[in-house]
Design a protein around this ligand. Structure first.
Ligand code: SAH
Length: 358
């Protein structure tokens, strides 16, 4: 069964070196293979055209390549492009290109579905199917970078792990993909341009600090009060605000990085002066910037976004108290491509020649 072979991109550089050496090939051949995997993004082993047929055949006997396939694109009236990618085993994940006058952002998924069931998020309604591997996460970046070139003649400026899934529950692949995105023998993007967003897993935030992760961290806070936060984010039960604060302070001490808090403003739920006071108080314990996010409608039937007047009041209060914040306008809503709207609504049909391995 071909699916029992490892994906070549699951191997470390040392393992690729060893594998290629075991065929009696010179070391530079292993470097060529590595480049095909992470710089030239070969769609298959057969496509590695500067390797001998013999070497390609041997590689194919020991491993395979299972890149994501771009199955469908949808373009929003604001230029945002949502992509549906198909995995080798037939699942769909979404990635989004968000062009603004100052940025070209790729929003990528880390899991197929999500296990966290946040009540305001459409992805939370899908079952978690499996983690994406590092290669599948990088594939989204590569495809979105190509779209940015083709449509805007620009490279990507930012990568955000804010698509489907909880990156810190797919810890190893999140770290490895970010390493491959920033490595010189990978995509070569600065880690300062990469942001990983988490719903808040205290243990893993500490681990990020211990592992010296160099990307930025954003925490989906949404309420600075356990009762409120727990009522919309079940993860808050095992990761209370106090526990998160402890982890964030540890992270800040070790990495010297500023965390970003994401805070969706829900009408009459967390948009009052009292809520702003609680947020300011929370921010007084750890240095953080706040992104105030517009709520994007999902089928939750529970929430509404706040008014722009209230959002401005809320922001002004934070500013007056010395908390750096800004209001993040939503993009791609008309095609359900905005934060929290990724739910695989479109299930594109297989194209000719496309096949599923499992
Ligand atoms: N699991 C991670 C990353 C995915 S969500 C996390 O929770 O951070 C990316 C961001 O979109 C998070 O801040 C999330 O809270 C936000 N989001 C989810 N649903 C939303 C909605 N309906 N409107 C606006 N933002 C939403």
């Amino acid at each position: 069964m071909p699916t029992e072979l490892p994906d070549l991109r699951e191997l470390s550089k040392e393992e690729v070196d060893k594998l290629v050496a075991s065929f009696g090939e010179k070391p530079y051949r292993a470097t060529q293979v590595w480049e095909w995997l992470w710089k030239k993004h070969a769609p298959s082993i057969a496509a590695m055209s500067n390797l001998s047929k013999d070497l390609r055949q041997k590689l194919a006997e020991h491993a395979l390549l299972r890149p994501l396939v771009l199955a469908e694109q949808q373009k929003s009236s604001d230029g945002t492009i949502k992509c549906a990618f198909r995995t080798w085993d037939g699942h769909i994940v979404e990635g989004v290109l968000i062009p603004t006058p100052t940025r070209m952002t790729a929003c990528i998924s880390s899991q197929i579905g999500c296990s966290l069931t946040c009540s305001f998020c459409a992805t939370g309604k899908l079952k978690r199917v499996r983690n994406l591997d590092a290669g599948e996460i990088v594939d989204q970046v590569v495809a979105l970078a190509k779209l940015a070139q083709d449509n805007h003649q620009q490279p990507l400026s930012n990568i955000v792990y804010m698509g489907m899934g909880e990156p810190l529950l797919n810890y190893a692949n999140t770290l490895r993909s970010a390493e491959r995105i920033s490595a010189e023998d990978g995509l070569g993007m600065s880690p300062r341009r990469i942001t990983v967003s988490t719903a808040g897993i205290a243990k893993m935030i500490r681990k990020l600090a211990d592992d010296d992760a160099r990307f930025n961290l954003a925490l989906s806070l949404h309420a600075a009060n356990d009762e409120k936060r727990g009522s919309i984010m079940p993860i808050n039960e095992q990761n209370t605000l106090a526990e998160l604060l402890d982890a964030l302070r540890y992270y800040a001490r070790k990495t010297r990085k500023t965390v970003t808090f994401e805070y969706i403003l829900f009408r009459d739920f967390n948009d009052s002066l009292e809520d702003a006071q609680e947020l300011v108080r929370y921010c007084s314990f750890v240095h953080a910037k706040v992104n105030l996010i517009e709520y994007n409608t999902t089928d939750d039937g529970q929430f509404q976004g706040t008014s722009s007047a209230k959002a401005e009041l809320f922001q002004r209060y934070l500013e007056n108290k010395g908390v750096l914040s800004r209001i993040r306008r939503s993009r791609g809503r008309d095609i359900d491509a905005a934060c929290g709207q990724l739910a695989n609504k479109n299930q594109p049909a297989l194209k000719e020649g496309e096949r599923i391995l499992k």
